[in-house]
Design a binder for this molecule. Structure first.
Ligand code: UT7
Length: 354
């Protein structure tokens, strides 16, 4: 018995900030951002958008896509590093809002690897008989923890949410995984204050310690190695070679990282999903958003072999190898708010860096 994805949905804020907009905020240029990251724009939460509201929208769409009701849900897992509040968990709020009265709920913080960690936990709960239907949500409002005066980080991130519904499956579904951590790299990407070590104070706010801080070069090197290794291990556990792969869905941090990984794994452009150009890095939301868009674009078919890999703060990483089992009826792209007002490039065009 394994577990498989039976529903999917996404939600992103309406507001779009282009690189030109960021040029008016910090000392940067569109040319620098595109050449170093491939990012051209990102969605930014409006006053009314929160990690809860975006996650709720994505979850509601995923349940509708699956043809299930909230009463069917046994567990709600929200992967996030930007929870609605430190306590209670955002998952509790979404469980209540959708009316999943018999579900458990908890948040999971594995930063940008959170969603793929969540998929493996969902699989394990279903496999153990602890749950029949699990809702896994990745939702982030990175704009609320980004330092908008720090040009080296603020150009990278965006907001959004994606969700999947998982159920048991006799065939297909999750076939392999690789979960990892190297906490010695914790200072490379962190939010120093707001926890037990440095509780909120006038000083921590003054020193901007509640905002994200990153050593970009070190994280870049880690990201390429960790993603290649995690993907290779998950594929090996599934009994697959890279040539067996139909679609690779990496965390959408940076096109250079995605390209370097694809080159190492010898994956052609058409088997790699890229949408960092329009959403930036949405942390735990990036993989489910990319999955939803891949389905909408008709790039996922029953029987396809997919590998999804997340990496980020922790340092953490998680890959899952999934044999897609669901009949594919594209979700309503207009309802997702995705692509409605943005001229999209093809994935291969998006990948071409100047
Ligand atoms: O979910 C995981 C999250 N993290 C990541 O994926 C980040 C991984 N790292 C990266 O993607 C890259 O390291 C960055 C895109 C963050 C930075 O690219 P880089 O090629 O490593 O640049 P750098 O940090 O070495 O900076 C090169 C130069 C510096 O100027 P000097 O010292 O050479 O004069 C920076 O001050 O670029 C400057 N710079 C900028 N210039 C214009 C840094 N940020 C900007 C900017 N606009 N936004």
């Amino acid at each position: 018995m394994s577990a498989t994805i039976v529903g999917w949905g996404m939600a992103v804020p309406e507001q779009i900030w282009t690189n030109a907009h960021l040029e008016s905020m910090v000392d940067t240029t569109d040319a620098w951002i595109v050449s170093r990251t491939g990012i051209r724009q990102r969605r930014i939460a409006d006053d009314g958008d929160t990690t809860f509201s975006l996650g709720l929208d994505a979850a509601t769409r995923a349940l509708a896509q699956a043809g299930l009701s909230a009463a069917d849900v046994d567990m709600v897992i929200v992967a996030t590093l930007t929870p609605e509040t430190p306590m209670p968990a955002t998952a509790n709020l979404i469980q209540d809002a959708i009316g999943a009265r018999s579900a458990g709920a908890f948040d999971l913080n594995a930063a940008c690897a959170g969603f793929t960690y969540g998929l493996e936990i969902g699989r394990a709960l279903i496999d153990a008989g602890s749950a029949q239907t699990v809702l896994v949500i990745g939702s982030e409002t990175m704009s609320r923890v980004v330092d908008w005066t720090d040009r080296s980080t603020c150009v990278l991130f965006g907001d959004g949410a994606g969700a999947v519904v998982m159920q048991g499956s006799a065939t297909g579904g999750i076939r392999g995984n690789s979960l990892g951590s190297d906490g010695s790299g914790a200072p490379l990407l962190h939010i120093p204050a707001g926890g037990s070590k440095l509780p909120a104070s006038m000083e921590t706010v003054r020193d901007r310690l509640h905002l994200l801080s990153m050593n970009g070069r070190a994280v870049y090197k880690f990201a390429v190695k960790a993603t290649v290794r995690a993907a290779a291990v998950a594929m090996a556990r599934a009994g697959w070679q890279p040539t067996d792969l139909d679609l690779f869905i990496p965390h959408q941090a940076n096109l250079r990282i995605i390209d370097a990984v694809a080159n190492e794994l010898r994956l052609p452009d058409e088997r790699v999903i890229v949408n960092a150009d329009v959403y930036g890095n949405t942390s735990s939301a990036s993989i489910p958003i990319a999955l939803c868009e891949a389905v909408d674009q008709g790039r996922v078919n029953q029987g396809d072999r997919l590998v999804l890999v997340g990496f980020g703060a922790g340092l953490s990483w998680a890959a899952v190898a999934v044999e897609w089992t669901a009949p594919v009826t594209p979700s309503d792209g207009s309802a997702s708010g995705a692509g409605a007002t943005v001229p999209r490039q093809s994935a291969s065009a998006a990948r071409r860096l100047p």
